[in-house]
Each structure stands twice: as structure tokens, then as C-alpha cells.
Design a protein around this ligand. Structure first.
Ligand SMILES: NC(=O)c1ccc[n+]([C@@H]2O[C@H](COP(=O)([O-])OP(=O)(O)OC[C@H]3O[C@@H](n4cnc5c(N)ncnc54)[C@H](O)[C@@H]3O)[C@@H](O)[C@H]2O)c1
Length: 327
């Protein structure tokens, strides 16, 4: 299978490594708008400079591809994804699906109309700690989940678009945690309510901290507290999770799953080992879908429900109201 990667700087590095290591996927070409990044990455990864094009239009005119990997910043996701879908080429897009719900809906409509696959890279689903947590919850050994608490505290200095955008924590980061809530609970939210703020020492223009209450179907309440401006005691990127269950507690702390049945000692669960994680898992899932028709999990039609949580939360921040699920 041959792919065109659009955007080869930044997160594009992770995809360059994943494709170069793949036994099944190779490059038809690349698209990069920044000539310096194009030159630097060609040297670093040994890429054929003649296959790096300034636009997707140029790339599609010059090479044959079975798929497009879209690693551009969020404001370009709609344009790149629509162009590929209209050309009949399946898309594996970085999260978020798009930068607005209207743009996301345009992508879903185009995928439905053309019948061409569009899937979103929710790589947090495919890490050993999260897969271990999911297996324990899915086994129902601890009974039913009553409520969930999620804590995410880090202090990254990214520079670039994240330090300029509104609600950087919620829009750029929490999409992963909201998608994980849907993945781990196997349920969708019915309403959200939240408040955001920016700590006085924040290096982000938009609010970098937030508290959100989400009600999922079945009456499960999830309490989410997060910050990208925390100055110590960082949590892992996966966050800390605590599931209050009918037979005890299931938690993820420091990327280890620790469980405790009522009246017993806590137990650390052995972390599963996976043949592929993160981008390698997603690339293989994309390959299996395109070449062998195996349905992937995070299609745009499903993923718009995770993105919907993000924009419902933002609406709650702006209005101070409880917002019913819209996606
Ligand atoms: N899944 C994850 O864990 C994860 C982590 C980081 C970033 N991301 C996502 O990856 C995407 C890219 O983020 P980033 O941090 O790499 O951004 P970035 O700005 O660092 O890099 C984007 C790259 O795309 C290029 N580019 C921009 N517009 C383009 C266009 N129209 N056509 C071709 N190339 C273009 C830029 O020149 C740059 O090389 C975002 O959607 C971001 O949310 C995901």
C-alpha cells in the first residue's frame, strides 16, 4: 500500500518513523508547505526530494496513492481530507477530526457521500496501560461502573499554535481523554458542564485549566480536572483514572492499573504487551481497512462523537449552562 503524507514536520516525524518501519505501507509522496522543513526532513529521513510536493493537488497529479495521512494543523484538516475523499482516496487523519463541528460534519458528509474511508488517529487508545485498563473494565470482574474521576496535570512548553489558540487544553489535548472515556466506558455522553480558567502564571493565551462534569448514558458521572500549566507532580499523558465500581475500584495511576476488591488488598495488574502501539497500530488498522476491508474503530462517523464532547464543553464554558450531547 502506498500513501501520501501531508505535513512532514512536527507530529509528521512520528508518522515518518511508523511508515518507514512498516512491513506493508510505503510512501508514494509527501506534501509540505514549508521548504525548510521539506529539506531538513528529506535529509533526516533519506526522502526523495522529487516526491515532496507543495500542495496535495500537485502530489495527486504526479503520483498514484492508496491512502493519505493528514498530519497538518487542525485548521487544514477539512481542506486536505475533503480533497482526498473527493479524489476517492481513503484518509488517516491526525486528531482532531477538524477544528470546528461544521468542518467535521463536512468531512463526515463527504465520507458518507463518496463511500470512501476516513479514520482519525486516536493513538491514546492503543497504549499498553490503556489497553490493560480497558481489558479489566470489559471483563466486568469489578461489576458495573458507577462513576469515574480523571486527573490530568502537566506543564508543557510547546510554542506554536497551542499557545495562541482558545482553550488549548480542551481542544488540543482533552480530545484524547474524552475519546478514551467513550472507549473505556463503551458509552456516549448525554450532557456536559464545565468551567475553564487560566492560571496567573500561564504561558498560554487561551484557558489552560478546566474542570468538567460529564454524564454518560446509564447515569455514569465522569469528573475531569486538568491543566496544561501545572508546575509540579505531573501525571502521565494518559492521566490518572479512578473507576468506582460495584465490587471495588479500578484505577490507572502512573500508567499502572491498580485494582482493589472491597475488603481486599490492592493489586497491581500486569501491563499487557501489544504487537503494535500508537501510530504503528493505527497504520496497520488503516492498511487492513483499505486493502482488506476490515472496519476500523475510529472512523470519522464515530469520531465526531468524541469531537462533539470537546465543542459541547467549550459551549458550556462560554454559556455557563449544562449542554446536551450534540454529536
Ligand atoms: N496524536 C497525537 O498524540 C498528536 C501529537 C501532536 C500533534 N498531533 C496532531 O497533529 C497535527 C499536526 O500538529 P503538529 O504539532 O505536527 O503541527 P506543526 O505545526 O508542528 O507541524 C505541522 C506540519 O504540517 C505542515 N503544514 C501545515 N499546513 C500544511 C498544508 N496545508 N499542507 C501540507 N503541510 C502543511 C507544516 O509546515 C508542518 O511541517 C495536529 O492536528 C495535532 O493535533 C497529534
Amino acid at each position: 500500500m502506498k500513501v501520501i503524507q501531508v505535513g512532514i514536520g512536527g507530529m509528521g516525524n512520528a508518522w515518518l518513523r511508523a511508515v518507514q518501519a512498516s512491513p506493508t505501507v510505503t510512501y508514494a509522496g509527501f506534501v509540505e508547505v514549508n521548504p525548510t522543513i521539506a529539506a531538513d526532513q528529506a535529509a533526516k529521513y533519506g526522502l526523495d526530494r522529487s516526491l515532496i510536493f507543495p500542495t496535495l493537488t500537485d502530489a495527486l497529479a504526479a503520483v498514484e496513492a492508496d491512502g493519505v495521512i493528514n498530519v497538518t494543523p487542525p485548521q487544514f484538516h477539512r481542506e486536505v481530507s475533503l480533497q482526498a475523499l473527493e479524489a476517492g482516496i481513503p484518509v488517516l487523519s491526525e486528531k482532531p477530526l477538524a477544528d470546528t463541528m461544521a468542518a467535521a460534519q463536512d468531512i463526515v458528509d463527504a465520507a458518507n457521500r463518496t463511500g470512501v474511508l476516513h479514520m482519525v488517529a486516536q493513538n491514546y487508545r492503543y497504549s499498553p496501560p490503556i489497553q490493560t485498563l480497558r481489558r479489566v473494565l470489559a471483563s466486568e470482574e469489578f461489576g458495573t461502573v458507577g462513576s469515574v474521576t480523571v486527573e490530568f496535570f502537566r506543564g508543557p512548553h510547546f510554542g506554536g499554535f497551542r499557545e495562541e489558540m482558545p482553550y488549548p487544553l480542551i481542544i488540543d489535548m482533552s480530545i484524547h481523554h474524552f475519546d478514551l472515556m467513550r472507549f473505556l466506558l463503551g458509552r456516549d455522553p448525554v450532557s456536559v458542564y464545565g468551567r475553564s480558567w487560566n492560571p496567573p502564571w500561564s504561558w498560554f493565551k487561551g484557558d489552560a485549566s478546566a474542570a468538567v462534569l460529564l454524564e454518560f448514558s446509564g447515569g455514569i458521572t465522569v469528573s475531569y480536572d486538568g491543566s496544561w500549566c501545572s508546575l509540579g507532580r505531573e501525571t502521565p499523558w494518559n492521566a490518572h483514572w479512578r473507576f468506582e465500581c460495584s465490587r471495588g475500584v479500578v484505577s490507572l495511576v502512573g500508567d499502572e492499573v491498580i485494582t482493589q476488591y472491597t475488603d481486599r488488598e490492592p493489586v497491581t495488574v500486569e501491563t499487557v504487551s501489544l504487537p503494535r502501539t500508537g501510530q504503528a497500530y493505527l497504520l496497520d488498522e488503516f492498511y487492513q481497512a483499505v486493502m482488506h476491508g476490515v472496519a476500523p474503530a475510529t472512523t470519522c462517523q464515530d469520531n465526531i462523537k468524541s469531537l462533539g464532547i470537546v465543542f459541547d464543553v467549550v459551549q458550556s464554558f462560554a454559556t455557563g449552562a449544562v449542554v446536551g450531547a450534540t454529536a
